[in-house]
Design a protein around this ligand. Structure first.
Ligand code: PMV
Length: 339
């Protein structure tokens, strides 16, 4: 099945036609605690296993989409992107899924609050915000599950950015992937803190897509990955239900390190770490030996994200002065509070 076939099924044969002046939406970035690493269907971005993430609250993408009379145009953080930029082309190709060849053209204006180059995928928030904004513009009124499946077609992890909080992207079994969507979990963790440690802001040499393909084709340890990921999913869900931070941190760190261990057994070996990455891992381990509850996770890159809670924030900031702290569950402003 091709992406277009799936879009046709979800839209019940409708195509993109503006019924409003504009569609506007916000979607948070997300950080996987149990990673998605491998596609059972590369065309539909169907995963080998389920994954579980936490959405980053105020860090994400706000997108406005309108009909453009002549051409697709994409403005990112105030800069109009040249049409031949890979990102602009990827965006147009995604919009093609929803329209009759080339029409209508769209203007997409996105503001991203995810720090650029921090290794927090901003494309996930971008695709999620885009599809929700498009749904508004066209008045489809699609349910969250359908929006998640459509976002998945832009980038796998984007399906998790359609909802806030802790999110479970279901593995699914169906060949059309209609059962592989993201669902918000009821758990909240207001004391949870994430600390972004940027080792390198350079674009990575091997994309997640290419890295996953290489691991599935050549990594000797890949067969162990789905077993580990599925077990970790159950453990993280239990840690959330029991509000057990040590368990949450331990499983998240172990899962990320296992993903990188699989990468090392690919050929050519996939090594995203830099010397500073390893130094930070040692630092985290030393802090834990000293009694501090701090854990780490990493995506497919050299940067780290620390997991800790509000009570240890001062100690973590002291140990890592460059850390950028994210509060995934910010307290709602109290009624009547002044700006
Ligand atoms: O959604 P993609 O194709 O960018 O892949 C994301 C892969 C990881 O970030 C390494 C893991 C994850 O679950 O987000």
């Amino acid at each position: 099945m091709q992406k277009r076939d799936l879009v046709r099924i979800i839209l019940g044969g409708q195509v993109a036609r503006a019924v409003a002046a504009a569609g506007r939406a916000y979607a948070p970035a997300n950080l996987a605690l149990v990673k998605y690493w491998g596609k059972r269907d590369p065309e539909l971005n169907l995963p080998v296993t389920g994954s579980l993430s936490v959405s980053l609250g105020p860090l994400g993408a706000t997108t406005e989409i309108t009909v453009h009379p002549e051409t697709d145009s994409c403005t990112l953080n105030g800069n109009l992107l040249p049409v031949d930029r890979p990102f602009a082309r990827r965006l147009s190709a995604y919009l093609d899924l929803f329209r009759t060849p080339g029409l209508p053209h769209f203007s997409v204006v996105t503001t991203n609050t995810v720090p650029v180059g921090a290794g927090l995928a901003s494309s996930a928030a971008g695709f999620a915000a885009l599809v929700v904004a498009l749904d508004q513009l066209c008045g489809w009124g699609l349910p969250t599950r359908a929006l998640s499946i459509l976002a998945r077609l832009g980038s796998g992890s984007a399906c998790r950015s359609v909802v806030p909080g802790f999110v479970h992207w279901h593995e699914g079994r169906q060949p059309d992937g209609m059962d592989s969507f993201a669902e918000a979990l009821p758990d909240r963790w207001p004391e949870l803190r994430l600390g972004v440690l940027t080792v390198s802001a350079a674009e990575k040499l091997v994309s997640s897509r290419a890295g996953m393909e290489a691991c599935m084709a050549t990594a000797a340890f890949y067969p162990a990955w789905p077993v580990k990921a599925r077990a970790d999913l159950d453990l993280v869900r239990a840690a959330l239900a029991g509000h057990d931070f040590a368990a949450l941190g331990q499983v998240s760190e172990s899962n990320a390190l296992a993903m990188h261990a699989v990468m090392l057994t690919a050929w050519p070996p996939l090594l995203y770490w830099q010397p500073e990455t390893i130094a930070a891992i040692h630092r985290v381990q030393a802090l834990r030996r000293a009694g501090l509850a701090v854990y780490l996770t990493m995506d497919a890159g050299p940067n780290l994200v620390l997991l800790f809670t509000a009570t240890t924030e001062a100690a973590v900031r002291a140990a890592f002065p460059a850390v950028q702290v994210v509060v995934p569950f910010p307290a709602a402003p109290s009624p009547g509070a002044s700006e």
